[in-house]
Design a protein around this ligand. Structure first.
Ligand SMILES: Nc1ncnc2c1ncn2[C@@H]1O[C@H](COP(=O)(O)OP(=O)(O)OP(=O)(O)O)[C@@H](O)[C@H]1O
Ligand SMILES: O=C(O)[C@@H](O)C(=O)CO
Length: 433
């Protein structure tokens, strides 16, 4: 059932190498680069030799480093950077979450420090703005729609609660290097003004310029004003703008990854939703899915041991195999999670339980796998042995279908916790029965 590595190694025409700190974030940024017109390959972990086609113009390496121990996260990112350099990536983009998911220990600051040290880059831009998803940065403060980050549901995130909206302050706690603001007034003055301001900050010894951006136009200005930097950091918004510049420079204008062809190539077969994300958006999507498909809740309050939860999910899947789309989920409100009998290990245990449920489902013949949550997606794909995918059309903005190119032949939709309309899970699975 598994297909071998595809085609030969990339050949030095890779406009952008991107390292994403979680799996759903990697599909989000891969979709943005593809939309920008770049032929994009997404690899879970550094690409193995022979797995990157020569025609590839952007390579996204997905890592599971957002909440990993700092030393491990930095080491894995540096490895990925070395591999992208071998593959000829002209510039590097570090992709983190549009809600800047991190803790005072990292990992955004330490990862960026490790990469900038390796590349010998004195300064980079930091901008998680993704206006199409309501993430904007103004006066260095991150907003989720009309609320400061610290007043959004991100304050209750199970792994990276975000309680400070001031990104200069947040990042300063994660790095020994100076962090400063690149204000909106400068961005409004255009790309040349941004470039001048970045040069001034560099001369002042600043390493991280936290840039304001409140709309797509601001991101275009920032991308143009930072096009001379070897490393840029942000969410999918700035990456898409940088990708558009790369696609438009004449060398990369012939992309052929059209959505219909890709979608036609997606494997057919029964579909399953696995949801470990606990965001408000996902909780609403899970409710909508529960209303129309059989669902099984992995509930630590009822079965507080890992193997018991796995056994319960497997038995339920056995009983429902062959009967249309199904959902297995652990997603729960903050109040319920706070009383979890699993304690602080709950996140990792539930990721593992859903990953093992996914493995069982594939064994039963499920071929369309929708996963909600970045950490959860990482656990599921690692368990399934999926190492690389081709990115196809988007079901919702930032949520593309992917076709596995190694490991079992699957259609995969990895949904970022905060993304997608309320009926996304229903549409994704229901539309492809
Ligand atoms: N009932 C629960 N109790 C405690 N933790 C849970 C529960 N259900 C899920 N979790 C954990 O919450 C975490 C959710 O993180 P995940 O990255 O999967 O989703 P997310 O943060 O919403 O998605 P994204 O990173 O794409 O925004 C996982 O570690 C998951 O195992
Ligand atoms: O940037 C985002 O919000 C997403 O791509 C993400 O990283 C979710 O994990």
């Amino acid at each position: 059932m598994s297909r071998g590595p595809e085609r030969a190694e990339a050949s030095g025409r890779v406009a952008l190498g991107c390292i994403a700190d979680d799996y759903t974030g990697s599909t989000d940024v891969a979709a943005a680069l593809r939309r920008a017109g770049l032929r994009t390959v997404l690899s879970f972990g550094p690409p193995e030799p022979g797995t990157v086609p020569p025609s590839c113009e952007a390579i996204v390496v997905a890592l599971k480093t957002r909440t990993a121990p700092v030393v491990e996260a930095v080491a894995r990112t540096r490895d990925a950077r070395r591999r992208l350099a071998e593959l000829g990536a002209a510039r590097l983009y570090l992709k983190y979450c549009s809600t800047f998911d991190s803790t005072d220990d990292g990992n955004i600051g330490p990862i960026a420090d490790g990469v900038l040290d390796d590349v010998g880059a004195p300064l980079t831009v930091v901008c998680p703005a993704a206006p199409e998803h309501g993430r904007t940065v103004y006066q260095g403060h991150l907003f989720v729609r009309d609320r400061l980050l610290s007043e959004s549901s991100m304050k209750d995130h199970p792994l990276t609660p975000m309680t400070d909206p001031d990104l200069v302050r947040v990042l300063s706690r994660q790095t020994p290097h100076p962090v400063a603001l690149l204000p909106h007034a400068t961005v409004r003055d255009g790309a040349a003004a941004v470039r001048d301001a970045l040069d001034t900050l560099r001369r002042q010894g600043v390493r991280y310029a936290v840039a304001d951006a409140v709309c797509g136009g601001d991101l275009e200005v920032l991308a143009a004003g930072s096009a001379h930097l070897p490393v840029v950091t942000g969410a999918a918004g700035l990456a898409g703008a940088a990708g558009t510049i790369a696609a438009g420079d004449g060398r990369y204008g012939t992309s052929t990854l059209t959505a219909p062809a890709d979608e036609a190539a997606l494997p057919a077969g029964p579909g399953i939703v696995l949801s470990g994300s606990c965001s408000q958006t996902t909780l609403a999507q899970v409710e909508a899915a529960r209303a129309v498909m059989p669902s099984y809740r992995v509930d630590p309050a009822k079965t507080p041991d890992r193997d018991g939860m796995v056994a319960g999910a497997r038995a339920w899947l056995d009983a429902h195999a062959g009967g249309g789309p199904v959902m297995v989920y652990s997603s729960a409100e903050a109040a319920e999670r706070a009383n979890s009998p699993l304690g602080p290990a709950a996140g990792a245990i539930l990721e593992d339980v859903l990953a093992r449920a996914a493995e069982h489902a594939v064994g039963l013949g499920y071929r369309r796998i929708v996963v909600a949550g970045g950490e959860t997606s990482g656990a599921v794909l690692d368990r399934l042995g999926v190492r690389s995918v081709v990115v196809a059309g988007e079901e919702d903005r930032g949520v593309p279908w992917c076709r596995s190119t190694g490991g079992p032949e699957l259609a995969l939709l990895l949904k970022s916790g905060n993304f997608g309309r309320e009926d996304l899970l229903v549409r994704a699975i229901g539309g492809h029965r």
